[in-house]
Write a protein that binds this ligand. Structure first.
Ligand SMILES: *[C@@H]1O[C@H](CO)[C@@H](O)[C@H](O)[C@H]1NC(C)=O
Ligand SMILES: *[C@@H]1O[C@H](CO)[C@@H](O)[C@H](O)[C@H]1NC(C)=O
Ligand SMILES: *[C@@H]1O[C@H](CO)[C@@H](O)[C@H](O)[C@H]1NC(C)=O
Ligand SMILES: *[C@@H]1O[C@H](CO)[C@@H](O)[C@H](O)[C@H]1NC(C)=O
Ligand SMILES: *[C@@H]1O[C@H](CO)[C@@H](O)[C@H](O)[C@H]1NC(C)=O
Length: 443
């Protein structure tokens, strides 16, 4: 009797499981089906975007939602500016969801800013006490160009000095960063006053993931606070602020890999670095006594709908199956694409697999930098194909005169990378460059 009852329960269980699993919808396919989610198909022509890392790419659904917020703003401007349902609501909700994603314990330690540049300016121009002529900023040769511009400006304006640690390419692993930084600290930390250190979570050129946790620990051993530039991180790789050795400052763009609108980023400042009037927004028009969060929230009539659009970007990503699915697809495709191209071109990949994100860096088989630039321009002008890298090569670093930094994305598939590979070979041949003879038959 008992056995039969149990059998019935068991069968019921099985049938419930079967029916619930068959009711789960198939995931939305990645690949060229997703092109129409973005603005890449125009008048029947496809724009082949291999440079998502540069400017990001905003999903149509996000732009549409942003427009609805613009309508809301224009139709009820007073509530929008001052009410709890206006743009403040967007900021509060977006910060909550982003903080959760980045494993930030207290949402009040974050503010939304326009971009990574605003993040770094808010911090570095307002350190307490302010940077002066006896102070050094430590950065890496791989730093984002405009940040170097900021350090130069601080140099001319306030006499602030920069200690730039050279990174050799191609990098081989975390030690490619840890060793030169350790050496620089050992040689210099006791003789000069390094007030702050800055490095990227994912470097821009070439793109690799840095060993953030170990580097933060290393700087903290010398009592140097650390700013991590996560411009390329959110939506590309996992960010876990709780697992970054008590990092001091961190910022990341939401317009790049998260598919949100331009002019949206998040800045995290560790609680003990939030003083009476620091960090300050780039444009100060708040009361000096405001706390960290309040200093940044009021920006007058500045269009804050991009902050609202973050919510739609997060919803869109959920509808695609969530962060893990998106990141895994992009990382796997970048890895596949890098291997495929380096085999076809018989060249090096400049990013070791354990340091690769949704971007790969592949050497191009030419020794001529002019040819390299022609290649990038021709891909864009004639073949609607956008790649990045050529104009940022320093031949003295690792003797690699030409490489491409390529971004993988959910709207691509393997074949897109095959087409790119053949196109590059064809163009190199056309430019009468030193394409190995055995390739010519393949073109
Ligand atoms: C769209 O494509 C058609 C057919 O190729 C062409 O005649 C037309 O000029 C294009 N329109 C635009 C706006 O590019
Ligand atoms: C979060 O930060 C705010 C502002 O600094 C503070 O008032 C609050 O107590 C913090 N919450 C927790 C749970 O630590
Ligand atoms: C970042 O945002 C600031 C403030 O809106 C703006 O002045 C600056 O040009 C932006 N920089 C970049 C690189 O987007
Ligand atoms: C850092 O140390 C190296 C090696 O001793 C030295 O050549 C360099 O001048 C130092 N840099 C600064 C800014 O003091
Ligand atoms: C590089 O290529 C350009 C364009 O074809 C050519 O004018 C130039 O002479 C080449 N330079 C070298 C060093 O071969």
């Amino acid at each position: 009797m008992l056995g039969t009852d149990m059998m019935i329960v068991f069968l019921l269980l099985i049938s419930t499981l079967v029916s619930s699993s068959s009711s789960i919808k198939d995931p939305i396919p990645f690949g060229n089906d997703r092109l129409n989610d973005f603005f890449f198909v125009k008048n029947g022509t496809i724009f082949h975007q291999f440079n998502h890392g540069a400017y990001g790419g905003t999903a149509k659904i996000v732009v549409e939602s942003q427009y609805k917020y613009v309508e809301q703003m224009e139709s009820s401007i007073r509530e929008w500016m001052n009410g709890a349902t206006g743009y403040r609501k967007c900021i509060i909700s977006a910060k909550q969801r982003l903080a959760e994603m980045m494993n930030i314990k207290n949402t009040s330690d974050t503010v939304l800013v326009d971009n990574a540049s605003e993040g770094i300016n808010a911090i570095i121009r307002n350190l307490d006490p302010p940077l002066g002529s006896s102070d050094y900023i430590l950065d890496l040769s791989t730093a984002y160009g405009p940040f170097k511009g900021l350090y130069q400006w601080l140099g001319s304006r306030y006499g602030v000095k920069t200690l730039e640690v050279p990174i050799q390419w191609p990098v081989t692993g975390p030690e490619s960063f840890i060793q030169p930084i350790t050496a620089a600290l050992e040689a210099n930390a006791s003789s000069i006053n390094i007030r702050v250190a800055i490095f990227s979570h994912v470097s821009a050129y070439p793109a690799v993931i840095l060993p953030v946790k170990q580097l933060v620990e290393l700087f903290h051993r010398y009592n140097i606070p650390v700013i991590v530039d996560g411009a390329h991180a959110l939506g590309n790789i996992e960010i876990n602020i709780e697992d970054m050795s008590n990092v001091d400052y961190y910022f990341t763009n939401t317009h790049k890999w998260l598919y949100s609108s331009k002019s949206s980023a998040i800045l995290y400042v560790r609680h003990d670095h939030q003083h009476l009037y620091v960090p300050a927004p780039a444009i100060v028009d708040s009361a000096m006594t405001d706390d960290f969060e309040s200093r940044f929230i009021w920006t007058g009539t500045r269009d804050r709908t991009p902050y609202c659009a973050i919510l739609s970007a997060l919803d869109y990503r959920q509808s695609l199956g969530g962060e893990k699915r998106i990141m895994n697809y992009n990382q796997d495709l970048a890895q596949y694409g890098g291997q495929y191209l380096s085999r076809l071109w018989e060249t090096k990949i400049l990013s070791p697999e354990n340091m690769q994100s949704g971007m790969t860096n592949v050497q191009v088989p030419t020794t001529n930098f002019t040819i390299c630039q022609m290649l990038v321009n021709e891909l864009y002008n004639t073949y609607d194909t956008m790649v990045s890298g050529a104009s940022n090569i320093a031949p003295e670093l690792g003797d690699i005169p030409c490489y491409l930094r390529l971004s993988a994305q959910i709207y691509q598939e393997k074949n897109d990378w095959h087409v790119l590979g053949a196109l590059v070979m064809k163009l190199l041949n056309q430019f009468n460059n030193n394409v190995p003879k055995e390739y010519i038959s393949k073109l």
